[in-house]
Structures are given as structure tokens and as C-alpha cells.
Design a protein around this ligand. Structure first.
Ligand code: DOR
Ligand code: ZN
Length: 363
């Protein structure tokens, strides 16, 4: 299948989301469809409360995800393990052998939402890295240091210097994805590395710089981690995403938090972008004059890195403006009223997604 685009329509191989938070319970039931209506597969983050640290928990979580998705949609959740200081390498081996874990996620302890049980000392979990290197289980990294002496805007670049670089030297065959990169330094580092390092890029980091968080007041809808950086970093991310280089691929980092949890004296980090994610990426590729490289970023570079087949189904977008709602009301069992604010709330996007078509040979 080839990418097909004109001024009015784009047809592309169905994309996958290589980094998403689907949550659990009522939120899962509300948000899963936003991902499954456009993406064929998704790497599902394990930072639930409590986190996914066993094969059984991942299997049960996968069942809950599939239960939350309408039967007519073909969607495969790809499960991940949450690394902790005392996780046994045997859990990773078992999950990999049984085809449950597709990757494992490293959160430095207290770096972000539900990361308090993350890793406090990377040097102390060498046996996990050795195991992953040996069995070929990719390591997905939230690449930020949490040291008090490091400015929040420097956390990613410092993580690369202090931790990522030595890690790659020590475990040269480990396959690593530096998730949701936000800096020119990260772009450069990934580009200059060998093919066992890749990076995901979110729609929001392609659209906003750090000014968005403070435009006319404190705008918690644009607060996420790693936090958006200066304009020069956003431009570097745009060049990377639209470059066609195989080391960069789509990962939305869609991270829903109820409106009340965002608009609080200590608002949560995370942007819910799943609902309009593809339209958001398409806008960037169109603005950069790079629509012919959209398919590589959205649908090919990710599966190539993970050693998975390309999807056979396709999705279609047409140039029809759509108004993005200011908020989305959740359907809740107990009749209470809760909202999520989607990324691009109140804006108009130029492209609209058409319902997913299945090919005869859908995988
Ligand atoms: O903004 C974020 N939200 N960054 C993360 O790393 C986690 C995520 C979440 O789970 O809410
Ligand atoms: Zn994330």
C-alpha cells in the first residue's frame, strides 16, 4: 500500500500509537475508543495505581482494555511492564516468553504521574537491563532526572548526559526508545546514535512551546511532562518528525486527567490528545510540506523498530475543517458529571478522519 495524498484527501496505512495512557475503570471506558478508532495497535503505559508489575496484571488489564472497545473495531493493545527497584528479571522473561510484554517502561522515581514506585537508582537494576538486552525486550524511557539541582527545563538533556549515554555504552545491544522527546539535544542524540535507539514525538510538542503554558494566565491544559520547551526545540522536533528518518515515530503520550485534576492548585501533568491525534499530526506535516513522509512516521518506523508487521488496513482523512470541542463530557455510571479537555480545544483543525476501512487481509 502506498501513501496517497492530494490537496483534498490523504489515504495512509493505518497508524499505531507507540505511547499512550489508557488508564483504567471509568476513564478507560471513555477514552479507549478515541485511540482504537484510528490506531490499529498501541503501546499501553503501565503507570496505573498500583502499576503493572506482573504478567497476570498485564493480562487482566489487556482484557479490560479490549472490553472497553466496540467489537467492530480491530485494535491490539501492546502491554508493558513497569520497572521498579525490586522487580524480578524473571517477570520480564515470563512476560516476554508468553507474548504478553512487548516492552518495559522505566520511570525515574517521582519524575511524573504515578511514578513513585519507579526506579530510584539505575545502577541498581542492572540485572533487569541485562535480561532485556539478552531476550530483546525494548526499554522505554521517561528521560528526565529529578535531581533538585537541575532546572525543570534541563531535565531531559541532563538525563541524556548522566544516564542514557552511559546506559547505551554499558548495554550496547539493548533496544531503547526515548519517549516523548522535547529538546534539540534529544533529537541530536537520537540521530547520532546507532539503530538500537529511537524516539517518539507527541503532537503537542510539535504544536506548542512553553509560552502556551503561561499565555495570559496559567494554562494547565498545556502542562505535561516533560514540559514543553523553547521555540527552537519545537522547531527541531518538527524537523525530526517530518524528516523521514527511521529513528523517529509516532507516540501521542495522550494522558487523560479529569478537568478538576488539571485545574487545581497542584494540577496533574498530561494532555489528552487521542481524540484528534492524527488530524493534529497531519496539520504539522502539511505545514512543513512533508505529507509524503507522514506514513513513515505514523505507520512504518514504529513497527520496524519493534520488529512487528506493517498494518494492512488504511485510514483516510479529508480536508474538511472540524471544530474541536472545548471539553468532552464523560459517560459515567454514577450520573456524576466529569469532563476532559482535549488538545486543540476550541480550535478548528483543517483535516477530518473518515471511518477506518478494513482491508480483506487485516492483521
Ligand atoms: O504529562 C505526562 N503525563 N507525562 C507523563 O510522563 C505521564 C503522563 C500521565 O500518566 O499522566
Ligand atoms: Zn507517557
Amino acid at each position: 500500500m502506498a501513501l496517497n495524498f492530494s490537496a483534498e484527501q490523504i489515504t495512509l496505512r493505518q497508524p499505531d500509537d507507540w505511547h499512550v495512557h489508557l488508564r483504567d475503570g471509568e476513564i478507560l471506558k471513555n477514552v479507549a475508543i478515541s485511540t482504537a478508532r484510528v490506531f490499529r495497535r498501541a503501546i499501553v503505559m503501565p503507570n496505573l495505581s498500583p502499576p503493572i508489575t506482573s504478567v497476570e496484571e498485564a493480562v487482566n488489564y489487556r482484557i479490560r482494555i479490549l472490553d472497553a472497545i466496540p467489537k467492530e473495531l480491530s485494535f491490539t493493545p501492546l502491554m508493558t511492564a513497569y520497572l521498579t527497584d525490586d522487580l524480578s528479571p524473571k517477570v520480564l522473561e515470563q512476560g516476554h516468553r508468553e507474548g504478553v510484554f512487548v516492552a518495559a517502561k522505566l520511570y525515574p522515581a517521582n519524575a511524573t504521574t504515578n511514578s513513585s514506585q519507579g526506579v530510584s537508582d539505575l545502577k541498581a537494576i542492572g540485572s533487569l537491563f541485562e535480561t532485556m538486552e539478552r531476550i530483546g525486550l525494548p526499554l522505554l524511557i521517561h528521560g528526565e532526572v529529578v535531581d533538585e539541582d537541575v532546572d525543570i527545563f534541563d531535565r531531559e538533556a541532563t538525563f541524556i548526559d548522566r544516564h542514557l549515554q552511559p546506559l547505551l555504552v554499558r548495554y550496547p545491544k539493548l533496544r531503547v526508545v526515548l519517549e516523548h522527546i522535547t529538546t534539540e539535544e534529544a533529537v541530536q542524540f537520537v540521530q547520532d546514535s546507532k539503530s538500537n535507539l529511537a524516539a517518539t514525538i507527541t503532537p503537542h510538542h510539535l504544536h506548542i512551546n512553553r509560552n502556551a503554558i503561561f499565555a495570559g494566565g496559567l494554562r494547565s491544559d498545556f502542562y505535561c511532562l516533560p514540559v514543553a520547551k523553547r521555540e527552537r526545540h519545537r522547531l527541531a522536533l518538527r524537523r525530526a518528525a517530518t524528516s523521514g528518518q527511521t529513528c523517529f515515530f509516532l507516540g501521542t503520550d495522550s494522558a487523560p486527567h479529569l478537568r478538576g485534576s488539571k485545574e487545581s492548585s497542584c494540577g496533574c501533568a498530561g494532555i489528552f490528545n487521542a481524540q484528534y491525534a492524527l488530524e493534529s499530526y497531519v496539520t504539522v506535516f502539511e505545514e512543513e510540506g512533508a505529507l509524503e513522509r507522514l506514513e513513515a512516521f505514523a505507520s512504518e518506523n514504529g513497527p520496524s523498530f519493534y520488529g512487528l508487521p506493517f498494518n494492512k488496513s488504511s485510514v483516510r482523512l479529508e480536508k474538511r475543517p472540524q471544530q474541536i470541542p472545548k471539553q468532552l463530557q464523560l459517560k459515567l455510571a454514577n450520573n456524576s458529571v466529569e469532563y476532559l479537555v482535549p488538545f486543540h480545544a476550541g480550535e478548528s483543525l483543517r483535516w477530518s478522519l473518515l471511518p477506518v476501512e478494513k482491508s480483506l487481509n487485516d492483521n
